[in-house]
Structure formats: structure tokens, C-alpha cells
Design a protein around this ligand. Structure first.
Ligand code: G4P
Length: 535
């Protein structure tokens, strides 16, 4: 096996999707604990203030106690290299989450055992489904009063239209939660309640569910229920089928309690065996296979101000093929320029280090290279256009202006950068002085105002508009586009790439324009592509 095949086979690049509060942060910490990426649970268990100081860089996050930034955590476990991409949980930042999901090969869906499928779980699940992504389910908080496991399985099947197969089965719940029976390795794993920071007990291998050991180790009623329920579950659920899992039509389900580090090892072991190594990356001409020897990569996220001590911007890049080495010259497809990548960063649990090398599936951060935008490709020469990296219809529009009118130009620059980063859509109306900013969630306006204040030293005012929606305009020919633009200047603006955007005052206004100009396209979103003109 070549080194590359070997390294590719070792990679597991995944994200955790969940509704806020289901336990994603806790599970992440425990996964890192198993990965040896952190020393003792206590070191990361610090909650509240301390935890925020460590992981949430932005001031807004500290004030609001939500995690806006997302990061990458790399750790090794059982001979595999895991790249765990953190996704912000708050609804208002789902745009970022969606883009992060374009950079992973599988996902772990965390569900609160008492709450089942929640709105955000469903949304994120749908994004994974669009990409036929394999999903592993972890039902968390089994140490609390939870729903019946059959009810949870049924809810997933009904709500998400995916087959479910139990990988472990819970024994009791809430105060009576004793542990799980591992259906893959046939072992009984009991939960120790006394120490939350310690490693869980080793499982007790069993000779199937009829093993008399179970009668010795568990109370009588618990064994009876376990045997009955597993028999029923085996009758009702399909057996594990890796192909179906890889196609995203079947999810193995684990039960556990992240806070008690319980069920986490089984989940990780499951990912080691079943989760896919890097998959081919969709691109315009052909999918790019991870085994290809030339380096190719795409930017899926740009983040500013990760470290308040340094005013840096980092482009997060997913490697799709080849063997990246420090100092390599890569072609930036959009500009055609060569880029000497000598300071790419790898992200360990709590640290960053300079990447000497990286393989397909790895995520590196390229700092302070202002021209990189979401969707951009970096290659060893070939012009590749990666596809499927979404941009979202800005559903909320506000005007923004500087408190000091003399700073308008300064604001323009800040908005341009924020738009390039993907933090918001920015439109400069063809007529009028104010900028229009479009976002997906209302909280983003506050985040933007705060960032413009801290990063660009500018106080700004956001004000509501009477605008209904923004649409990217396209036409089959330049002449048709010009004709449309010339007759509709008062309803048009340009985005940060200089592409025309139609600003509709209300639904009727949009409908009328669509009727009057049947040849013109009015796109809700603009896929991030080189030049930004292909939408
Ligand atoms: P999130 O990232 O998905 O938003 O969830 P997070 O891990 O922050 O967990 C949300 C809350 O649920 C936290 O409690 C956390 O301690 C708790 N939790 C996580 N896993 C489990 C579990 O297995 N069992 C139980 N009983 N609780 C769990 P909190 O009170 O909001 O925060 P904190 O005071 O514990 O920091």
C-alpha cells in the first residue's frame, strides 16, 4: 500500500450535529479525552467562565454564552486520525454549520434522550442527507429520565425517514440507568456513577444475551427487560449493513451519557470500524478522488479574530487529494496566482501547530491570505472548481451606516472583508449611500456590529429596511443583463464581487420583475464559485 493510500484510509473527518444543549460540547470533550488529546477530564471539564475563556474567542460569544466560532480538533485513536469539525449550535449561525458539513465525510447526530429530534437536529440532518452522508446516532443523557428507546428509534425513523439499527441497548434509564449491552461486541458495560472524570469501566464480554453472567451482574427485572427489548428490537430493526450506512439510509444508534463518559468509547470504536475515510470531493469536471497524487483543496470557512491577541484571519481548507508539504506552492484557481503555503496550521485539541504535511481529509488553516474566499480551490496547477459549497438566501436585510459619516469608505472596506469571509451578504445599492447587509439569522447583525467595532474600530448603526428580499440576477447574455440593469437601477445593487443583486420591496415587486423579464434569472443563493458569476 502506498503511504498515501494508507494515510487516506486512516482519516476520519467528521462533525457532530445536534440541537443546542443536547450535549455536543460535552461529547466533544470526552472524545478528545479518549483521543489522548487532553490529559485529564478535569482540564477540559471546566465549565462556565473558564470553558468559555478557552474555546470561545469572540466577545459576543462570551457575552451571550454561545459558541459562534467553529474549529477543528485533530486527535488519534486506535490507529486512526480523527478530524472533528466543530459546528456552531446556535440557530442563527447555521450557515456556517452547513458549510462545515461540506468538509466532512460523516456525522454524529447527538440527541437528548428526553427530547428526541428537535428543530435544529432535523435541519442539520437534512443537509447531511443532501450529501448522502453517513450518520451515526448518539442518544445522550440516558442518566436522566428519557424516552423509551423504542419511541426514540421510531421517532428517528418516522421523522427523518432513515432506518435505525441499535449498536447498543440501554439498561434502564434515569436513576435506574445501569449501562448498556453492546450488541456489536456482545458485552455488558456498566456505568459507574461515582466518578464523572474517570475512564469508564471495561466491558464484560458475554456469550450472547442468554449468558448467565448477565443474571449475576444485573438485577432480575433489568435482565428480563433487556432480553425482551433486544429480541423485539432485533425483530423490528434491520441488522447493521455498512453499505446502507455509507449511503446514508441507515444509522446505527448508541445510547450513553456523555457527562459520565459513558457510551463514548463504543461510539468511537464504531467510527473507527464503520465511518468512511475521505470520500471523493464533488467538482465541476469530475469528482476529485483522495488517492489522486496532486494536491487539491478547497476553502470552506474563513474566520477572523481567532486569537484576540493577533488580528488574524484564517482560511480553513480541506485537503481533497495529494500529499501537502510545508512550503508547497499552490495555485489559487480564482486569481491564477501561486501561493507559497509555508505557514498552514494544524489544529490540535487546544493548540495550533505549523503543518509540516497533511493528507486528504485533513483540515489546515491558512492565515492572513486576504484573497482566499469560501469555495476557492488551491491546487498544484489544475483548475478545479469544487461544487456544492452553499451560499444562503439572506432572509433579513438591514441598512448599515457608520455613526461618523466621514468613515463611510472605511466601513465599505470592512463590509467587503466580512462578505468575502461569508459572514454576511453585502449589497451596495446602485443609487443611494447606505450599504445593505443581509443575514440568515437576526443575531448575526449584533455579531457584525460587534466585530466591526472591535476589528475595524468603527461604530455602526444597523437600521431596518422595507426591503423584502434580495436575489442574484443573471441573464444568458451580457446584453440582456445590461438591458435589465439599465432599466432597473433603482432596485439594484452590487454584491462584494460586483455581481448584480435585485432588491425587491415586496413579493409583488419580485413577481412583477420575474414576469416582465422572463429571460432573467433571480437566484435566492449564489453558489461560491470562482469569479462568483456562475450562479
Ligand atoms: P451543547 O454543546 O450541545 O449545547 O451541550 P453541552 O455539552 O453544553 O451540554 C448541555 C447541558 O447538558 C450541560 O448542562 C451539560 O452538563 C449537560 N449534559 C451533557 N451531557 C449530559 C449527560 O450525559 N447527562 C446529563 N445529565 N447532562 C448532560 P448545563 O447545566 O447547561 O451546563 P453546566 O452547568 O453543566 O456547564
Amino acid at each position: 500500500m502506498s503511504r498515501q493510500t494508507d494515510e487516506v484510509a486512516r482519516r476520519r473527518t467528521f462533525a457532530i450535529i445536534s440541537h443546542p444543549d443536547a450535549g455536543k460540547t460535552t461529547l466533544t470533550e470526552k472524545l478528545l479525552l479518549f483521543g489522548g488529546a487532553i490529559q485529564a477530564a478535569g482540564a477540559v471539564k471546566a465549565r462556565g467562565e473558564q470553558r468559555r475563556a478557552r474555546s470561545d474567542w469572540m466577545k459576543v460569544e462570551r457575552e451571550r454564552g454561545i459558541s459562534v466560532t467553529s474549529a477543528v480538533m485533530t486527535y488519534d485513536y486506535a490507529g486512526k486520525t480523527f478530524n472533528l469539525l466543530d459546528t456552531p449550535g446556535h440557530e442563527d449561525f447555521s450557515e456556517d454549520t452547513y458549510r462545515t458539513l461540506t468538509a466532512v465525510d460523516s456525522a454524529v447526530m447527538v440527541i437528548d434522550g428526553a427530547k428526541g429530534i428537535e428543530s435544529q437536529t432535523r435541519k442539520l440532518f437534512e443537509v447531511c442527507r443532501l450529501r448522502d452522508m453517513p450518520i451515526t446516532t448518539f442518544v445522550n443523557k440516558m442518566d436522566r429520565e428519557s424516552r423509551d428507546p423504542f419511541e426514540i428509534i421510531d421517532e428517528i425513523e418516522q421523522n427523518l425517514a432513515i432506518d435505525v439499527t441499535p449498536a447498543s441497548w440501554p439498561i434502564g434509564m434515569g436513576r435506574h440507568f445501569l449501562g448498556v449491552y453492546d450488541l456489536i461486541h456482545d458485552q455488558l458495560i456498566l456505568m459507574e456513577r461515582t466518578s464523572r472524570d474517570g475512564m469508564p469501566l471495561e466491558g464484560e464480554p458475554c456469550d450472547g444475551l442468554d449468558d448467565p453472567k448477565l443474571d449475576e451482574m444485573l438485577p432480575e427485572d433489568a435482565v428480563i427487560t433487556l432480553r425482551e427489548q433486544v429480541e423485539m428490537a432485533r425483530g423490528l430493526c434491520p441488522p447493521f449493513d455498512r453499505e446502507a450506512y455509507l449511503e446514508g439510509t441507515l444509522t446505527p444508534i448508541y445510547f450513553g451519557s456523555a457527562i459520565n463518559t459513558f457510551g463514548v468509547r463504543e461510539l468511537l470504536d464504531g467510527l473507527v470500524v464503520a465511518a468512511p475515510p475521505p470520500r471523493p470531493a464533488p467538482a465541476a469536471a469530475r469528482p476529485v478522488a483522495p488517492e489522486e497524487t496532486k494536491v487539491s483543496a478547497f476553502v470552506f470557512k474563513i474566520q477572523a479574530n481567532m486569537d484576540p491577541k493577533h488580528r488574524d484571519r484564517i482560511a480553513f481548507v480541506r485537503l481533497c487529494s495529494g500529499h501537502f508539504k510545508r512550503g508547497m506552492k499552490l495555485k489559487h484557481s480564482r486569481s491564477g496566482k501561486m501561493l507559497n503555503v509555508h505557514n498552514a496550521l494544524l489544529f490540535l485539541a487546544q493548540d495550533r501547530e505549523v503543518a509540516e504535511e497533511a493528507w486528504p481529509g485533513d483540515i489546515v488553516g491558512i492565515p492572513n491570505y486576504g484573497n482566499l474566499r469560501i469555495g476557492d480551490a488551491l491546487t498544484e496547477g489544475e483548475d478545479i472548481r469544487f461544487t456544492g459549497i452553499p451560499s444562503f438566501a439572506p432572509e433579513l436585510l438591514q441598512t448599515v451606516r457608520p455613526k461618523d459619516p466621514l468613515k463611510a469608505k472605511h466601513l465599505g472596506k470592512a463590509l467587503q472583508q466580512l462578505a468575502e469571509e461569508g459572514a454576511a451578504s453585502v449589497v451596495k445599492p446602485m443609487i443611494g449611500a447606505d450599504w445593505i447587509v443581509g443575514v440568515v439569522g437576526a443575531l448575526q447583525f449584533e455579531v457584525l456590529a460587534d466585530r466591526i467595532r472591535t476589528e475595524y474600530d468603527l461604530d455602526v448603526l444597523f437600521e431596518s429596511t422595507t426591503l423584502y428580499t434580495a436575489r442574484w440576477v443573471s441573464a444568458p447574455t451580457d446584453a440582456e443583463l445590461k438591458g435589465f440593469v439599465d432599466s432597473n437601477r433603482s432596485s439594484l445593487g452590487e454584491d462584494h464581487d460586483g455581481d448584480p443583486v435585485f432588491l425587491a420591496r415586496n413579493a409583488w415587486h419580485l413577481n412583477k420583475a420575474e414576469e416582465d423579464y422572463p429571460g432573467i434569472g433571480f437566484a435566492k443563493t449564489k453558489e461560491h464559485v470562482e469569479g462568483g458569476r456562475d450562479s
